[in-house]
Design a protein around this ligand. Structure first.
Ligand code: AMP
Ligand code: ZN
Length: 494
Protein backbone atom coordinates (compact mmCIF):
# COMPACT_ATOMS: atom_id res chain seq x y z
CA UNK A 1 0.00 0.00 0.00
CA UNK A 2 1.25 3.43 -0.94
CA UNK A 3 0.38 6.17 1.55
CA UNK A 4 -2.63 6.14 3.85
CA UNK A 5 -6.27 6.27 2.97
CA UNK A 6 -8.05 9.29 4.38
CA UNK A 7 -11.79 9.80 4.29
CA UNK A 8 -13.95 12.77 5.11
CA UNK A 9 -16.11 11.73 8.04
CA UNK A 10 -19.38 13.68 8.23
CA UNK A 11 -19.60 12.82 11.92
CA UNK A 12 -16.41 14.65 12.90
CA UNK A 13 -16.37 16.94 9.83
CA UNK A 14 -12.74 16.02 9.32
CA UNK A 15 -10.59 14.07 6.98
CA UNK A 16 -9.42 11.11 9.00
CA UNK A 17 -7.15 8.18 8.39
CA UNK A 18 -9.26 5.15 7.63
CA UNK A 19 -8.58 2.47 10.22
CA UNK A 20 -10.94 -0.51 9.98
CA UNK A 21 -12.21 -2.08 13.17
CA UNK A 22 -11.21 -5.56 12.16
CA UNK A 23 -8.72 -5.48 9.27
CA UNK A 24 -8.58 -6.83 6.61
CA UNK A 25 -12.39 -6.90 6.94
CA UNK A 26 -14.39 -3.79 6.22
CA UNK A 27 -18.13 -3.44 6.77
CA UNK A 28 -19.93 -0.91 4.62
CA UNK A 29 -23.63 -0.08 4.63
CA UNK A 30 -25.20 2.14 1.98
CA UNK A 31 -28.84 3.23 1.98
CA UNK A 32 -30.40 1.79 -1.14
CA UNK A 33 -33.28 3.00 -3.27
CA UNK A 34 -36.95 3.19 -2.42
CA UNK A 35 -38.31 1.00 -5.18
CA UNK A 36 -41.47 2.85 -6.19
CA UNK A 37 -40.13 4.28 -9.46
CA UNK A 38 -37.23 4.01 -11.89
CA UNK A 39 -33.94 5.22 -10.47
CA UNK A 40 -32.90 8.56 -11.96
CA UNK A 41 -29.44 9.76 -12.78
CA UNK A 42 -29.03 11.48 -9.40
CA UNK A 43 -29.58 8.18 -7.61
CA UNK A 44 -27.11 6.58 -10.01
CA UNK A 45 -24.48 9.14 -9.07
CA UNK A 46 -24.71 8.25 -5.41
CA UNK A 47 -24.60 4.51 -6.01
CA UNK A 48 -21.66 4.81 -8.42
CA UNK A 49 -19.76 6.91 -5.88
CA UNK A 50 -20.08 4.11 -3.34
CA UNK A 51 -19.23 1.58 -6.02
CA UNK A 52 -15.87 3.34 -6.32
CA UNK A 53 -15.41 3.34 -2.53
CA UNK A 54 -16.10 -0.41 -2.51
CA UNK A 55 -13.81 -0.98 -5.49
CA UNK A 56 -10.91 1.00 -4.07
CA UNK A 57 -11.10 -0.70 -0.69
CA UNK A 58 -10.99 -4.08 -2.46
CA UNK A 59 -8.16 -2.88 -4.67
CA UNK A 60 -6.19 -2.06 -1.52
CA UNK A 61 -6.73 -5.63 -0.36
CA UNK A 62 -9.55 -5.16 2.15
CA UNK A 63 -12.22 -7.82 2.35
CA UNK A 64 -15.35 -5.73 2.11
CA UNK A 65 -18.82 -6.79 3.15
CA UNK A 66 -20.94 -4.36 1.24
CA UNK A 67 -24.57 -4.18 2.36
CA UNK A 68 -27.05 -2.04 0.42
CA UNK A 69 -30.70 -2.29 1.28
CA UNK A 70 -33.89 -2.09 -0.72
CA UNK A 71 -36.56 0.12 0.84
CA UNK A 72 -39.83 -1.60 0.10
CA UNK A 73 -41.91 -0.21 2.94
CA UNK A 74 -42.02 2.71 5.35
CA UNK A 75 -40.73 5.57 3.18
CA UNK A 76 -43.57 8.06 3.22
CA UNK A 77 -44.30 10.64 0.55
CA UNK A 78 -45.02 14.31 1.27
CA UNK A 79 -48.69 13.50 1.65
CA UNK A 80 -47.87 10.97 4.38
CA UNK A 81 -48.64 7.89 2.29
CA UNK A 82 -46.24 5.00 1.88
CA UNK A 83 -44.56 5.51 -1.51
CA UNK A 84 -44.92 1.85 -2.57
CA UNK A 85 -48.57 1.66 -1.44
CA UNK A 86 -49.40 4.87 -3.25
CA UNK A 87 -47.89 3.67 -6.50
CA UNK A 88 -49.50 0.24 -6.19
CA UNK A 89 -52.92 1.84 -5.83
CA UNK A 90 -52.29 4.18 -8.73
CA UNK A 91 -51.22 1.37 -11.06
CA UNK A 92 -53.68 -1.17 -9.62
CA UNK A 93 -50.92 -3.63 -8.90
CA UNK A 94 -49.80 -5.60 -5.87
CA UNK A 95 -47.26 -3.62 -3.81
CA UNK A 96 -44.85 -6.52 -4.32
CA UNK A 97 -45.23 -6.17 -8.09
CA UNK A 98 -44.16 -2.55 -7.79
CA UNK A 99 -41.23 -3.58 -5.59
CA UNK A 100 -40.12 -6.30 -8.00
CA UNK A 101 -40.49 -4.17 -11.10
CA UNK A 102 -38.36 -1.32 -9.81
CA UNK A 103 -35.84 -3.56 -8.09
CA UNK A 104 -35.30 -5.27 -11.45
CA UNK A 105 -34.91 -1.90 -13.13
CA UNK A 106 -32.43 -0.78 -10.49
CA UNK A 107 -30.34 -3.93 -10.96
CA UNK A 108 -30.36 -3.55 -14.75
CA UNK A 109 -29.22 0.05 -14.49
CA UNK A 110 -26.44 -0.75 -12.02
CA UNK A 111 -25.14 -3.55 -14.26
CA UNK A 112 -25.16 -1.27 -17.30
CA UNK A 113 -22.96 1.15 -15.40
CA UNK A 114 -20.67 -1.69 -14.33
CA UNK A 115 -21.35 -1.38 -10.60
CA UNK A 116 -20.36 -4.36 -8.47
CA UNK A 117 -23.51 -5.75 -6.80
CA UNK A 118 -23.60 -5.59 -2.99
CA UNK A 119 -22.68 -8.70 -1.03
CA UNK A 120 -25.97 -8.54 0.84
CA UNK A 121 -29.07 -6.74 -0.39
CA UNK A 122 -31.62 -6.99 2.40
CA UNK A 123 -35.10 -5.57 2.15
CA UNK A 124 -37.10 -3.83 4.85
CA UNK A 125 -40.08 -6.17 4.56
CA UNK A 126 -37.75 -9.14 4.91
CA UNK A 127 -36.70 -7.74 8.30
CA UNK A 128 -40.03 -6.89 9.91
CA UNK A 129 -39.45 -9.18 12.88
CA UNK A 130 -36.14 -7.54 13.64
CA UNK A 131 -37.74 -4.10 13.35
CA UNK A 132 -40.43 -5.08 15.83
CA UNK A 133 -37.70 -6.41 18.14
CA UNK A 134 -35.71 -3.17 18.01
CA UNK A 135 -38.87 -1.15 18.66
CA UNK A 136 -39.56 -3.28 21.77
CA UNK A 137 -36.00 -2.76 22.92
CA UNK A 138 -36.31 1.00 22.51
CA UNK A 139 -39.56 1.01 24.54
CA UNK A 140 -37.84 -1.14 27.18
CA UNK A 141 -34.91 1.27 27.34
CA UNK A 142 -37.27 4.19 27.79
CA UNK A 143 -36.60 5.90 24.47
CA UNK A 144 -39.85 5.06 22.74
CA UNK A 145 -43.52 5.21 23.67
CA UNK A 146 -46.73 3.80 22.31
CA UNK A 147 -49.51 6.18 21.44
CA UNK A 148 -52.78 5.23 19.76
CA UNK A 149 -51.33 2.12 18.14
CA UNK A 150 -48.21 3.87 16.84
CA UNK A 151 -44.79 3.88 18.49
CA UNK A 152 -42.58 6.94 18.46
CA UNK A 153 -38.97 7.62 19.32
CA UNK A 154 -38.70 10.17 22.12
CA UNK A 155 -36.08 12.53 20.67
CA UNK A 156 -35.86 15.03 23.53
CA UNK A 157 -35.53 12.37 26.22
CA UNK A 158 -32.85 10.59 24.22
CA UNK A 159 -31.03 13.87 23.64
CA UNK A 160 -31.00 14.76 27.32
CA UNK A 161 -29.81 11.38 28.47
CA UNK A 162 -27.15 10.90 25.79
CA UNK A 163 -24.79 13.88 26.00
CA UNK A 164 -27.07 16.07 23.90
CA UNK A 165 -26.10 14.04 20.91
CA UNK A 166 -29.16 14.32 18.66
CA UNK A 167 -28.12 16.54 15.75
CA UNK A 168 -24.39 15.76 16.04
CA UNK A 169 -24.17 14.23 12.57
CA UNK A 170 -26.04 16.92 10.69
CA UNK A 171 -24.79 19.81 12.82
CA UNK A 172 -28.27 20.79 13.96
CA UNK A 173 -29.33 22.09 17.32
CA UNK A 174 -32.37 20.65 18.94
CA UNK A 175 -33.57 24.09 20.05
CA UNK A 176 -33.43 25.33 16.44
CA UNK A 177 -35.19 22.24 15.22
CA UNK A 178 -37.91 22.78 17.77
CA UNK A 179 -38.42 26.39 16.81
CA UNK A 180 -38.44 25.50 13.08
CA UNK A 181 -41.10 22.82 13.36
CA UNK A 182 -44.72 23.68 13.55
CA UNK A 183 -46.52 22.91 16.76
CA UNK A 184 -48.34 19.65 16.88
CA UNK A 185 -51.91 19.88 15.85
CA UNK A 186 -54.40 18.52 18.33
CA UNK A 187 -54.79 15.24 16.44
CA UNK A 188 -51.18 14.16 16.65
CA UNK A 189 -50.17 11.12 18.66
CA UNK A 190 -46.65 12.42 19.26
CA UNK A 191 -45.37 14.07 22.41
CA UNK A 192 -43.10 16.38 20.44
CA UNK A 193 -42.91 17.35 16.75
CA UNK A 194 -39.32 16.03 16.67
CA UNK A 195 -40.40 12.49 17.57
CA UNK A 196 -40.40 10.06 14.67
CA UNK A 197 -42.32 6.86 14.05
CA UNK A 198 -40.85 3.43 14.71
CA UNK A 199 -44.21 1.77 14.13
CA UNK A 200 -47.17 3.44 12.50
CA UNK A 201 -50.76 2.34 12.84
CA UNK A 202 -52.18 1.91 9.33
CA UNK A 203 -55.18 3.96 8.28
CA UNK A 204 -58.07 1.88 6.87
CA UNK A 205 -57.10 2.53 3.22
CA UNK A 206 -53.42 1.65 3.77
CA UNK A 207 -52.73 -1.63 1.95
CA UNK A 208 -49.35 -2.67 3.40
CA UNK A 209 -49.97 -3.72 7.00
CA UNK A 210 -48.85 -6.26 9.55
CA UNK A 211 -50.25 -7.26 12.91
CA UNK A 212 -48.23 -6.43 16.03
CA UNK A 213 -49.05 -5.95 19.70
CA UNK A 214 -49.44 -2.22 19.08
CA UNK A 215 -51.65 -2.26 15.98
CA UNK A 216 -52.00 -3.42 12.43
CA UNK A 217 -49.46 -1.15 10.82
CA UNK A 218 -46.06 -0.78 9.25
CA UNK A 219 -42.53 0.21 10.32
CA UNK A 220 -41.04 3.72 10.12
CA UNK A 221 -38.44 4.31 7.41
CA UNK A 222 -35.43 5.07 9.61
CA UNK A 223 -35.71 1.85 11.55
CA UNK A 224 -34.91 -0.56 8.72
CA UNK A 225 -31.37 0.75 8.23
CA UNK A 226 -30.55 0.52 11.94
CA UNK A 227 -31.84 -3.04 11.98
CA UNK A 228 -30.19 -4.29 8.81
CA UNK A 229 -26.81 -2.66 9.37
CA UNK A 230 -26.67 -4.08 12.91
CA UNK A 231 -27.77 -7.52 11.77
CA UNK A 232 -25.20 -7.89 9.00
CA UNK A 233 -22.32 -5.70 10.15
CA UNK A 234 -22.61 -5.63 13.93
CA UNK A 235 -23.38 -2.92 16.49
CA UNK A 236 -20.20 -1.10 15.52
CA UNK A 237 -18.96 -1.16 11.95
CA UNK A 238 -16.79 0.83 9.55
CA UNK A 239 -18.58 2.85 6.89
CA UNK A 240 -22.13 4.10 6.43
CA UNK A 241 -23.02 5.96 3.28
CA UNK A 242 -25.81 7.69 1.44
CA UNK A 243 -26.67 10.91 -0.33
CA UNK A 244 -26.29 14.22 1.50
CA UNK A 245 -30.07 14.58 1.63
CA UNK A 246 -30.24 11.52 3.89
CA UNK A 247 -27.98 13.02 6.54
CA UNK A 248 -31.00 14.60 8.19
CA UNK A 249 -33.33 13.26 9.38
CA UNK A 250 -32.69 9.69 8.15
CA UNK A 251 -29.13 9.13 9.37
CA UNK A 252 -29.51 11.29 12.44
CA UNK A 253 -32.47 9.12 13.47
CA UNK A 254 -30.56 5.94 12.66
CA UNK A 255 -27.80 6.94 15.08
CA UNK A 256 -30.35 7.77 17.78
CA UNK A 257 -32.07 4.39 17.32
CA UNK A 258 -28.76 2.52 17.46
CA UNK A 259 -27.58 4.35 20.56
CA UNK A 260 -30.97 4.01 22.19
CA UNK A 261 -31.16 0.28 21.63
CA UNK A 262 -27.58 -0.92 22.10
CA UNK A 263 -25.51 2.06 23.15
CA UNK A 264 -23.48 2.50 20.00
CA UNK A 265 -24.08 4.81 17.04
CA UNK A 266 -23.24 2.17 14.44
CA UNK A 267 -20.77 3.37 11.85
CA UNK A 268 -17.42 4.99 12.66
CA UNK A 269 -17.16 6.80 9.32
CA UNK A 270 -20.18 8.47 7.75
CA UNK A 271 -19.76 9.32 4.07
CA UNK A 272 -22.18 11.52 2.17
CA UNK A 273 -22.28 12.12 -1.53
CA UNK A 274 -23.29 15.41 -3.02
CA UNK A 275 -26.14 15.96 -5.42
CA UNK A 276 -26.34 15.74 -9.16
CA UNK A 277 -27.94 19.00 -10.22
CA UNK A 278 -29.65 20.37 -13.33
CA UNK A 279 -29.12 24.10 -13.76
CA UNK A 280 -28.00 24.20 -10.15
CA UNK A 281 -31.12 22.47 -8.81
CA UNK A 282 -31.06 19.01 -7.25
CA UNK A 283 -32.16 16.36 -9.72
CA UNK A 284 -35.27 14.87 -8.25
CA UNK A 285 -38.36 13.13 -9.43
CA UNK A 286 -40.64 15.47 -7.55
CA UNK A 287 -39.08 18.57 -9.15
CA UNK A 288 -39.68 17.06 -12.59
CA UNK A 289 -36.09 17.65 -13.71
CA UNK A 290 -34.88 14.08 -13.54
CA UNK A 291 -33.40 12.01 -16.31
CA UNK A 292 -33.73 8.29 -16.57
CA UNK A 293 -30.51 6.48 -17.45
CA UNK A 294 -32.18 4.98 -20.52
CA UNK A 295 -33.13 8.46 -21.82
CA UNK A 296 -29.56 9.60 -21.49
CA UNK A 297 -28.22 6.50 -23.22
CA UNK A 298 -30.66 6.74 -26.13
CA UNK A 299 -30.60 10.55 -26.31
CA UNK A 300 -34.39 10.49 -26.27
CA UNK A 301 -34.98 13.61 -24.18
CA UNK A 302 -35.75 17.19 -25.15
CA UNK A 303 -32.74 18.56 -23.25
CA UNK A 304 -30.24 16.26 -24.97
CA UNK A 305 -28.36 16.77 -28.22
CA UNK A 306 -27.46 13.07 -28.51
CA UNK A 307 -27.22 9.84 -26.54
CA UNK A 308 -24.22 8.90 -24.39
CA UNK A 309 -22.87 5.46 -23.65
CA UNK A 310 -22.97 4.09 -20.09
CA UNK A 311 -19.18 4.36 -19.75
CA UNK A 312 -19.23 7.99 -20.91
CA UNK A 313 -21.83 8.69 -18.23
CA UNK A 314 -19.79 6.82 -15.63
CA UNK A 315 -16.69 8.78 -16.67
CA UNK A 316 -18.71 12.03 -16.43
CA UNK A 317 -19.52 11.17 -12.82
CA UNK A 318 -15.96 10.14 -11.97
CA UNK A 319 -14.69 13.48 -13.25
CA UNK A 320 -15.91 15.20 -10.12
CA UNK A 321 -15.25 14.42 -6.49
CA UNK A 322 -18.20 12.68 -4.85
CA UNK A 323 -18.56 15.41 -2.22
CA UNK A 324 -18.94 18.22 -4.79
CA UNK A 325 -22.13 18.91 -6.65
CA UNK A 326 -22.09 17.88 -10.27
CA UNK A 327 -24.12 19.82 -12.78
CA UNK A 328 -25.62 18.01 -15.68
CA UNK A 329 -25.21 19.60 -19.13
CA UNK A 330 -24.75 18.62 -22.76
CA UNK A 331 -21.37 20.34 -22.88
CA UNK A 332 -20.09 18.50 -19.81
CA UNK A 333 -21.24 15.19 -21.27
CA UNK A 334 -19.66 15.95 -24.62
CA UNK A 335 -16.36 16.70 -22.85
CA UNK A 336 -16.73 13.46 -20.87
CA UNK A 337 -17.28 11.54 -24.09
CA UNK A 338 -13.95 12.79 -25.44
CA UNK A 339 -12.20 12.13 -22.13
CA UNK A 340 -13.55 8.62 -21.89
CA UNK A 341 -12.47 7.84 -25.46
CA UNK A 342 -8.95 9.08 -24.69
CA UNK A 343 -8.78 6.83 -21.65
CA UNK A 344 -10.35 3.86 -23.44
CA UNK A 345 -7.87 4.23 -26.30
CA UNK A 346 -5.09 4.15 -23.71
CA UNK A 347 -6.62 1.00 -22.19
CA UNK A 348 -6.89 -0.68 -25.59
CA UNK A 349 -3.34 0.24 -26.62
CA UNK A 350 -1.81 -0.81 -23.34
CA UNK A 351 -3.74 -4.08 -23.20
CA UNK A 352 -2.27 -5.03 -26.58
CA UNK A 353 1.23 -3.84 -25.69
CA UNK A 354 3.94 -6.17 -24.41
CA UNK A 355 7.38 -5.30 -23.25
CA UNK A 356 9.89 -5.65 -26.11
CA UNK A 357 13.67 -5.36 -26.28
CA UNK A 358 14.58 -2.36 -28.39
CA UNK A 359 17.29 0.22 -28.86
CA UNK A 360 18.48 2.66 -26.22
CA UNK A 361 19.51 2.98 -22.62
CA UNK A 362 17.54 3.22 -19.42
CA UNK A 363 16.52 6.84 -18.88
CA UNK A 364 16.30 7.45 -15.13
CA UNK A 365 14.19 10.56 -15.56
CA UNK A 366 11.57 8.66 -17.53
CA UNK A 367 11.51 5.87 -14.95
CA UNK A 368 11.10 8.40 -12.16
CA UNK A 369 8.31 10.16 -13.99
CA UNK A 370 6.38 6.94 -14.53
CA UNK A 371 6.79 5.85 -10.93
CA UNK A 372 5.69 9.25 -9.72
CA UNK A 373 2.53 9.22 -11.83
CA UNK A 374 1.75 5.71 -10.56
CA UNK A 375 2.21 6.83 -6.94
CA UNK A 376 0.03 9.86 -7.63
CA UNK A 377 -2.87 7.62 -8.62
CA UNK A 378 -2.76 6.12 -5.11
CA UNK A 379 -2.31 9.50 -3.42
CA UNK A 380 -5.33 10.88 -5.29
CA UNK A 381 -7.59 7.97 -4.35
CA UNK A 382 -6.21 8.00 -0.81
CA UNK A 383 -7.32 11.60 -0.56
CA UNK A 384 -10.95 10.80 0.17
CA UNK A 385 -11.43 8.88 -3.10
CA UNK A 386 -10.55 11.77 -5.39
CA UNK A 387 -11.51 10.24 -8.71
CA UNK A 388 -11.20 13.58 -10.54
CA UNK A 389 -7.51 13.88 -9.68
CA UNK A 390 -6.93 10.20 -10.41
CA UNK A 391 -8.24 10.67 -13.95
CA UNK A 392 -5.77 13.53 -14.43
CA UNK A 393 -2.90 11.21 -13.49
CA UNK A 394 -4.22 8.46 -15.75
CA UNK A 395 -4.18 10.93 -18.64
CA UNK A 396 -0.51 11.54 -17.89
CA UNK A 397 0.07 7.81 -18.20
CA UNK A 398 -1.82 7.78 -21.52
CA UNK A 399 0.75 10.28 -22.82
CA UNK A 400 3.53 7.82 -21.97
CA UNK A 401 1.61 4.94 -23.54
CA UNK A 402 1.09 6.91 -26.72
CA UNK A 403 4.79 7.87 -26.87
CA UNK A 404 5.69 4.20 -26.58
CA UNK A 405 3.14 3.30 -29.21
CA UNK A 406 4.39 5.81 -31.76
CA UNK A 407 8.03 5.01 -31.02
CA UNK A 408 8.83 8.47 -29.60
CA UNK A 409 9.80 6.63 -26.45
CA UNK A 410 11.61 3.31 -26.49
CA UNK A 411 10.89 0.41 -24.16
CA UNK A 412 14.59 0.30 -23.32
CA UNK A 413 14.37 3.86 -21.99
CA UNK A 414 11.78 3.03 -19.36
CA UNK A 415 12.86 -0.53 -18.60
CA UNK A 416 10.67 -3.59 -17.99
CA UNK A 417 10.00 -2.84 -14.33
CA UNK A 418 8.53 0.62 -14.96
CA UNK A 419 6.64 -0.67 -17.98
CA UNK A 420 5.02 -3.45 -15.96
CA UNK A 421 4.16 -1.06 -13.15
CA UNK A 422 2.66 1.41 -15.58
CA UNK A 423 0.51 -1.28 -17.19
CA UNK A 424 -0.64 -2.71 -13.90
CA UNK A 425 -1.40 0.70 -12.41
CA UNK A 426 -3.16 2.07 -15.46
CA UNK A 427 -5.37 -0.96 -15.96
CA UNK A 428 -5.89 -1.40 -12.21
CA UNK A 429 -7.05 2.18 -11.67
CA UNK A 430 -9.11 2.64 -14.80
CA UNK A 431 -10.82 -0.75 -14.80
CA UNK A 432 -10.79 -2.08 -11.23
CA UNK A 433 -10.98 1.18 -9.28
CA UNK A 434 -12.91 3.56 -11.54
CA UNK A 435 -14.87 0.66 -13.02
CA UNK A 436 -14.46 1.86 -16.60
CA UNK A 437 -14.35 -0.74 -19.30
CA UNK A 438 -13.71 -0.62 -22.98
CA UNK A 439 -16.97 -0.26 -24.80
CA UNK A 440 -17.41 0.39 -28.43
CA UNK A 441 -20.00 2.81 -29.64
CA UNK A 442 -19.09 1.92 -33.21
CA UNK A 443 -22.13 0.84 -35.15
CA UNK A 444 -21.03 -2.57 -36.44
CA UNK A 445 -23.94 -2.78 -38.91
CA UNK A 446 -22.81 0.43 -40.59
CA UNK A 447 -19.27 -0.97 -40.77
CA UNK A 448 -20.46 -4.16 -42.46
CA UNK A 449 -22.49 -2.14 -44.93
CA UNK A 450 -19.35 -0.15 -45.79
CA UNK A 451 -17.41 -3.34 -46.46
CA UNK A 452 -20.31 -4.71 -48.53
CA UNK A 453 -20.15 -1.52 -50.59
CA UNK A 454 -16.51 -2.38 -51.37
CA UNK A 455 -17.56 -5.95 -52.16
CA UNK A 456 -20.21 -4.73 -54.57
CA UNK A 457 -17.87 -2.46 -56.46
CA UNK A 458 -15.19 -5.20 -56.67
CA UNK A 459 -17.83 -7.50 -58.14
CA UNK A 460 -18.96 -4.84 -60.58
CA UNK A 461 -15.33 -4.38 -61.68
CA UNK A 462 -14.97 -8.17 -61.98
CA UNK A 463 -12.05 -8.05 -59.49
CA UNK A 464 -12.79 -11.58 -58.25
CA UNK A 465 -9.61 -11.88 -56.28
CA UNK A 466 -10.72 -8.93 -54.14
CA UNK A 467 -14.27 -10.30 -53.94
CA UNK A 468 -12.96 -13.61 -52.56
CA UNK A 469 -10.65 -11.85 -50.12
CA UNK A 470 -13.42 -9.66 -48.69
CA UNK A 471 -15.77 -12.65 -48.47
CA UNK A 472 -13.10 -14.67 -46.60
CA UNK A 473 -12.29 -11.78 -44.23
CA UNK A 474 -15.96 -11.32 -43.33
CA UNK A 475 -16.35 -15.08 -42.86
CA UNK A 476 -13.44 -15.07 -40.45
CA UNK A 477 -15.49 -12.61 -38.37
CA UNK A 478 -18.54 -14.88 -38.52
CA UNK A 479 -20.36 -12.97 -41.26
CA UNK A 480 -21.65 -14.64 -44.41
CA UNK A 481 -22.18 -12.64 -47.60
CA UNK A 482 -25.25 -13.66 -49.58
CA UNK A 483 -25.22 -12.85 -53.30
CA UNK A 484 -28.87 -12.49 -54.25
CA UNK A 485 -30.21 -11.90 -57.72
CA UNK A 486 -30.42 -8.16 -57.52
CA UNK A 487 -28.84 -7.31 -54.17
CA UNK A 488 -26.23 -8.38 -51.66
CA UNK A 489 -27.20 -9.30 -48.11
CA UNK A 490 -25.39 -10.56 -45.06
CA UNK A 491 -26.13 -12.80 -42.08
CA UNK A 492 -24.33 -14.19 -39.06
CA UNK A 493 -22.81 -17.60 -39.75
CA UNK A 494 -24.80 -20.35 -38.03
P1 AMP B 1 -34.16 7.44 -2.71
O1 AMP B 1 -34.60 6.26 -3.52
O2 AMP B 1 -34.94 8.68 -3.02
O3 AMP B 1 -34.12 7.13 -1.23
O4 AMP B 1 -32.65 7.78 -3.13
C1 AMP B 1 -31.64 6.83 -3.25
C2 AMP B 1 -30.31 7.50 -3.08
O5 AMP B 1 -30.08 8.47 -4.10
C3 AMP B 1 -30.15 8.24 -1.76
O6 AMP B 1 -28.87 7.97 -1.21
C4 AMP B 1 -30.28 9.70 -2.15
O7 AMP B 1 -29.56 10.53 -1.27
C5 AMP B 1 -29.63 9.69 -3.51
N1 AMP B 1 -30.05 10.82 -4.37
C6 AMP B 1 -31.31 11.29 -4.60
N2 AMP B 1 -31.29 12.35 -5.46
C7 AMP B 1 -29.99 12.57 -5.78
C8 AMP B 1 -29.30 13.51 -6.61
N3 AMP B 1 -29.94 14.45 -7.31
N4 AMP B 1 -27.94 13.42 -6.68
C9 AMP B 1 -27.26 12.46 -6.00
N5 AMP B 1 -27.85 11.55 -5.20
C10 AMP B 1 -29.19 11.59 -5.08
ZN1 ZN C 1 -31.01 4.18 5.23
Amino acid sequence: MIGKLKVFNSLTRQKEEFIPLNPPHVGMYVCGPTVYSNVHLGNVRTFLSFDVVNRYLRFLGYKVRYVRNITDVGHLSDTGEDKISKKAKLDQLEPMEIVQMYTNDFHDVMLKFNAIPPDIEPSAIGHLMEQVEMTKKLIENGYAYESNGSVYFDVEKFHKENDNSYGALSGRKIEDLLSETRDLDGGSDKKSPLDFALWKKASPEHIMRWETEWSEGFPGWHLECSVMSTKYLGEEFDIHGGGMDLQFPHHECEIAQNCGSHGHGGARYWLHTNMLTVNGQKMSKSLGNSFLPRELISGDHELLNRGYSPMTIRFFMMQSHYASTLDFSNDALEAARKGYIRLANGMRTLRGMEWAEDEGELNKKQVEQINKICDNCYYAMNDDFNTALTIGHLFNLVKKVNSLHTGQLNFAEIGKEAFDRMKETFIGFSEDVLGLRIESDVDYKALIETILGEYKSAKFNRDFERVDKLRAELKAEGIIVKDMKDKIEWAFEE
